[in-house]
Design a protein around this ligand. Structure first.
Ligand code: AHR
Length: 500
């Protein structure tokens, strides 16, 4: 089949915010303990953090990292994680029915963030706690000195403030699984009060209010409207969360998950605009897509289950999905959707980072390796720069059970002025496509290189036994002749092209 793409430097969507390539670390399973933090591992530093994992996180290129949850944060006491490590309490983590040892808290996590070179995005507990505890944390983290909590931070070894600017007002408060789950009305009021108080401590804060946990939530749409009506002047972002998996062998719909994400963003953007209209406001609330990924939720829900009353393990194996080629192609497609909405979505977090639905896996005492999904993320984060451009597509359609007729190819483009970066997903499970792009509206280009993920076996994965089974491949069908680029995309593939 054939796909014709049209690109023009004047068709701009918006600047690509680096925060679009954020990650997420939750105290969950072997993410923190026996993941990023494993004292005694041969590669661990004196701080207990594995340096092999640090190197992989740097290579992945994650910018902002959301912490410490997730469902976990809705029962978390941040005070348990500061002060002498040996005095820290062991607590029940009700979200995941495990024991939280608090060996890693805010200070240790910031040490790790400094190693990986990422920025902290901190979530406060609005499940079991409220305004007082949230403002106390802002005081502890951001006030320079001279008050009880800022001096407590200094006594705990951190003279300078953490200076955290990005804050999440709770997590997924629309979900009935969430500890302290609230109605939109009640959450909207609590989020507004918390935001105002937190800003009284530090008026530089950028605040994210909880949107819906996914587009299928029964309250989706009305939740956003109600919450924004209450918090309109108090917040900068509203969150979206979405996870995708292949259901019942329906690979075509799964590969088209970006279509769902697109519709989700469009609906939330429309709701933001609606509230702006009702309020006669010119404020621009952006979207923080701060949890997104492939997650085999049914495997966790139906197979992993939960533990009985006498079992509260420390760092058990939870949500350790093994990702294959089609998962990576889907992740690449979701990144394309985020880039195509760069004007509305300016921060996002791949959920999660290590061991737990993660691009990076580790074995205790053993190696760390890259899952298939690592590659579309690392390649896009490194390549996408400058301005996102609108790509006009004439690629034919495929029929999916879930989303109806969808474009057979998904595409996004960015330009930094001197080069173009193109990201392409062929969603067809059967047909290769030849893509043609007229680039004559741009200056002279001389080189085009393409790399991507595809395989004869779309279910091939990287494992402890075979960690490099799937790697990016060079696509040498790419040609640039008289300003026209052509390229063959295999079925079920994701490809990045650099044109310079
Ligand atoms: O990422 C796993 C879980 O998914 C998070 O804890 C929660 O916020 C979401 O439901």
């Amino acid at each position: 089949t054939q796909a014709r793409l049209t690109l023009h430097p004047a068709f701009r969507i918006g600047a690509v915010d680096r925060r679009l390539f954020g990650g997420f670390v939750e105290h969950l399973g072997r993410h923190v303990y026996d993941g990023i933090h494993e004292p005694g591992h041969p590669s661990a530093g004196p701080d207990g953090f594995r340096r092999d994992v640090v190197e992989l996180v740097k290579e992945l290129g994650v910018t902002t990292i959301r912490y410490p949850g997730g469902n976990f944060v809705s029962g978390y006491r941040w005070e348990d994680g500061v002060g002498p490590v040996e005095d820290r309490p062991r607590r029940l983590d009700l979200a995941w029915h495990v024991t939280e040892t608090n060996q890693v808290g805010l200070h240790e996590f910031q040490t790790w963030l400094d190693l990986v070179g990422s920025e902290l995005m901190l979530a406060v507990n609005l499940g079991t706690r409220g305004v007082a505890e949230a403002t106390a944390l802002v005081e502890y983290a951001n006030v320079p000195s001279g008050t009880a909590r800022s001096d407590q931070r200094r006594a705990n070894g951190r003279e300078e403030p953490f200076g955290v600017t990005m804050w999440c007002l709770g997590n997924e408060m629309d979900g009935d699984w969430q500890l302290g789950h609230l109605s939109a009305e009640d959450y909207g009021k609590l989020a507004s009060r918390s935001a105002k108080a937190m800003r009284m401590v530090d008026n530089r804060l950028q605040l994210v209010v909880c949107g819906s946990s996914n587009r299928d939530m029964p309250t989706f749409g009305t939740w956003e409207r109600t919450v924004l009506e209450h918090t309109w002047d108090d917040v900068d972002y509203i969150s979206c969360h979405a996870y995708y998996q292949e259901y019942d062998g329906d690979l075509a719909s799964f590969l088209a998950s970006g279509v769902d994400m697109e519709r989700f963003i469009a609906s939330v953007a429309a709701t933001i605009d609606h509230v702006a209209a009702v309020k006669r406001s010119d404020r621009q609330i952006k979207i923080s897509f701060d949890e997104w990924n492939v997650w085999y939720f049914t495997r966790w829900n139906e197979v992993e289950g939960t533990f009985p009353i006498d079992e509260w393990p420390v760092a058990p194996r939870q949500l350790e999905d093994v990702y294959h080629v089609a998962d990576a192609v889907t992740v690449g497609g979701l990144l394309i959707t985020l880039l195509n909405n760069a004007d509305r979505v300016t921060t996002a977090s791949l959920a999660q980072l290590v061991n737990v639905i993660a691009p990076i896996m580790t074995e205790p005492g053993g190696p760390a390796w890259r899952q298939t999904t690592f590659y579309p993320f690392s390649i896009t984060a490194a390549a996408a720069h400058g301005t996102a451009l609108k790509v006009s597509l004439d690629a034919g359609t495929i029929t999916t059970a879930k989303y109806g007729e969808v474009p057979a190819v998904a595409a996004a483009a960015t330009t930094d002025g001197s080069s173009i970066q193109l990201f392409l997903q062929n969603r067809s499970t059967t047909d290769a496509t030849t893509v043609t792009i007229d680039l004559s509206a741009f200056g002279e280009f001389t080189t085009a290189t393409a790399t991507g993920i595809w395989d004869e076996d779309p279910y091939a994965a990287n494992t402890l036994a075979d960690p490099d089974r799937v790697k990016p491949r060079t696509n040498d069908t790419v040609k640039l002749t008289d300003g026209v680029l052509t390229l063959d995309l295999p079925a079920i593939s994701w490809t990045a092209v650099t044109i310079a």
